[in-house]
Design a protein around this ligand. Structure first.
Ligand code: NAP
Length: 640
């Protein structure tokens, strides 16, 4: 980084730059760089959480702004400051705005990334062939690349098997127009491979996939990946404590053996096509958003999109101008939060701060993480005494009103639409979408129609609802994924011939989303109950889960044991706690059918506790919850 020189900038120019960034992380960075605590101004300290988790953001008034300008002047023209100067709790507490405990401090320090890559394993695998571990990773998306990196850092050989032809997982499969991330990239990225040169705060699909590919190449994962290779079956061998894999690669089926297997297939890889009578009789092209048919030209066509979830919400505005007519089939309306800059490029002021203020990007990331993580909990937590329909607590009602106001502003002229775009269910029963006005603008277009009648059937010409028949040329299914059927297409056999498919039966359960009793050394990333509804970031959850996996492998490496197997009791306790907590979340209390729930109605996909709780529980493998198995012996010691 070059030495900051702000001589050429006037104070109004500096004020504009600062206003395009975030004041709180800037003052934290300045206090960190200079060691001068007077930059931790009370005026700029995050005070209270607002409805959307925001504390102080871009506030440039008064003394706080002057402080920031004086801080920039103080570091201007000086040698670059050491970016790894120690960070103490006072600095981190400033970012949060309240006193914090040790766990929160550790978690935020990790997100801050000073020093760099605190998640790197602090041990090296033994090189003796006897103890030699080897790991199969299934999936080369976000979690698979992460796992590969961690294994490589510990010196454990691994192979990644990926059915697609490239890195990226969902970011490879979802190529529909308008596809982009809805969590800011400053936290939707690895803690060990942050970037401060994103073009957009919320990147388009190609940029996210490009990032994943770039990281995979940087860390050598590209040398250990088998593309075009699908896992057909995996069987745990109780004698050798290994996993025997049957794979189907470019040269046909083959077998391979590993001491552990990591499922990094995620939750959102099996498209859900609705069960509508006559669906196969439609004569025109029909495809799911995650299987976008690039050969179909939508220009001038009569297009139907079924669904109004996160995918539909992005694809519909992106194709509305191109198609002849667009009919949107909405079963229930989505809630959306006002995010005017959602599709805009990163503001020049923010970019300037990244480029010129050492450590600012670190503080910015930690700040973004915090304001979207546990700070939002009051807004989705159920108050058991609350009985107003459409919300679950006073705070949730406050959020509801805030969101309704945003919708009313946009549909003043169309009361007919307004009544159909206000959801009846409580905010956070489903994921909040990001609203930059595009959705309302699209629904106002003369060639676009919102249909909320029940779909009764599909025939050769189009879609029949309870009210009419609508002729269309193309049907796009934006109907989501069979999220609870994790690994269902693979024949996974554990101890005593048990089948994962039968054990889960469409209602997946794993200790911390990672370990399943009877399936030793099978570990899941982005497994059951580790999806986040409100925010933080899936990267954070995957990194935490990977830490647990590395802790298990460290134990095996140090003790020479063959495998660890989660006890049924540990899983039952975990599930009981999770289920209880889920009932107190907006999505758990909701009667809406969402991909968060399994067929039984249990919330099988989401994490209901604090982000901090997941962080704390994944620091180290709790050996008392695992059995340790050794090769050639069936019933072995219970650890400790
Ligand atoms: P989704 O949220 O499950 O939405 C599916 C939509 O299809 C809903 O509107 C649903 O209606 C509707 N639907 C399903 N079956 C139907 C039927 N038989 N008849 C009529 N409508 C039906 O799926 P998604 O939009 O693909 O998103 C899934 C998840 O992927 C998101 O929650 C998010 O986590 C992730 N995602 C993220 C991004 C991003 O980062 N920007 C983008 C896309 C997806 P109901 O609501 O009434 O069930």
């Amino acid at each position: 980084m070059s030495v900051l020189d702000i001589e050429a900038l006037t104070e109004p120019e500096l004020a504009e730059i600062i206003g395009q960034g975030e004041l709180v992380p800037l003052l934290a960075a300045l206090a960190h760089l200079t060691g001068d605590r007077h930059y931790l101004a009370l005026e700029a300290r995050p005070r209270s959480v607002t409805v959307l988790g925001r504390a102080v953001a871009g506030v440039t008034d008064g003394a706080a702004l002057e402080l920031a300008i004086s801080g920039l002047k103080a570091i201007s023209g000086k040698d670059p400051h050491p970016v790894d100067a120690p960070v103490d709790r006072e600095l981190i507490e400033y970012l949060v705005g309240t006193p914090i405990d040790d766990g929160t401090e550790d978690m935020l320090r990790y997100q801050l990334g000073i020093p760099h890559d605190q998640g790197a394993p602090r041990w090296q695998a033994s090189t003796s062939s006897e103890a030699g571990l080897s790991v199969a990773i299934i999936g080369a998306g976000m979690s698979g690349i992460l796992m590969a990196r961690r294994l490589d850092q510990a010196g454990i050989p691994y192979t990644v098997f990926e059915r697609n032809a490239d890195f990226g997982g969902v970011w490879h499969e979802n190529t529909y127009p308008g596809c982009r991330v809805d969590t800011t990239n400053y936290i939707y990225s690895y803690s060990f491979a942050t970037r401060d040169n994103w073009k957009h705060d919320f990147s388009l699909q190609q940029a996210v996939q490009g990032y994943l590919r770039e990281v995979a190449t940087e860390f050598g994962v590209d040398k250990n990946v088998r593309f075009g290779t699908e896992l057909l079956a995996a069987t745990y061998n109780e004698t050798s404590c290994t996993w025997q894999l049957t794979l189907d690669g470019p040269d046909g089926p083959y077998d391979a053996e590993f001491s552990a297997m990591v499922s990094a297939v995620g939750q959102l890889n099996q498209p859900k096509i609705p069960d509508v009578p006559g669906i196969d009789s439609f004569a025109g092209p029909a495809f799911h958003t995650a299987r976008w048919d690039q050969d179909v030209d939508l220009t001038g066509k009569r297009v139907a999109v079924i669904g109004t979830g996160a995918s539909a919400y992005q694809v519909i505005p992106a194709i509305a101008d191109q198609v002849g007519s667009l009919t949107i089939f909405q079963r229930s309306a989505p809630w959306m939060e006002w995010t005017p800059a959602y599709t805009e490029e990163v503001k020049p002021g923010l970019r300037w701060l990244f480029e010129n203020v050492p450590t600012y990007s670190h503080w910015y990331r930690a700040y973004q993480f915090w304001i979207t993580a546990d700070a939002r909990r009051p807004y989705y937590t159920v108050d058991p005494n609350w009985d107003r329909p459409g919300s679950v607590s006073a705070e949730n009602e406050e959020l509801r009103q805030h969101l309704v106001n945003g919708l009313e502003r946009q549909y003043q002229d169309r009361p007919d639409l307004l009544e159909r775009v206000i959801p009846s269910y409580a905010p956070y029963s489903k994921r909040l979408l990001r609203d930059n006005g595009q959705w309302a603008k699209t629904l106002h277009q003369p060639n676009v129609r919102l249909v909320s009648d029940h779909i009764e059937a599909i025939d050769e010409q189009g879609i029949r609802t309870s009210a009419e028949h609508i002729d269309v040329d193309v049907i796009i299914y934006a109907t989501g994924f069979r999220a609870s059927e994790i690994l269902a297409s693979v024949d996974v056999t554990g101890t005593d011939s048990r089948k994962l498919r039968n054990e889960w039966a469409g209602d997946p359960k794993a200790y911390m989303g990672v370990a399943v009793p009877g399936f030793p050394n099978l570990f899941c990333l982005y497994g059951p109950n580790t999806n986040v509804v409100v925010s933080s970031s899936l990267f954070f959850f995957a990194e935490s889960a990977a830490n647990l996996v590395m802790s298990a492998l460290e134990h095996l490496d140090k003790t020479g044991a063959g495998a660890v197997d989660c006890t049924q009791e540990a899983l039952d306790q975990f599930v009981a706690e999770i289920d209880e907590a889920s009932k107190l979340t907006a999505w758990g209390a909701s009667n809406e059918s969402t991909w968060y729930k399994s067929a039984s109605g249990r919330v099988s996909q989401n994490w209901p506790l604090r982000v901090l709780d997941y962080w704390t529980a994944t620091r180290e493998l709790p050996m008392e919850k695992f059995q340790v198995l050794r090769p050639a012996v069936r019933d072995l010691e219970v650890a400790r």
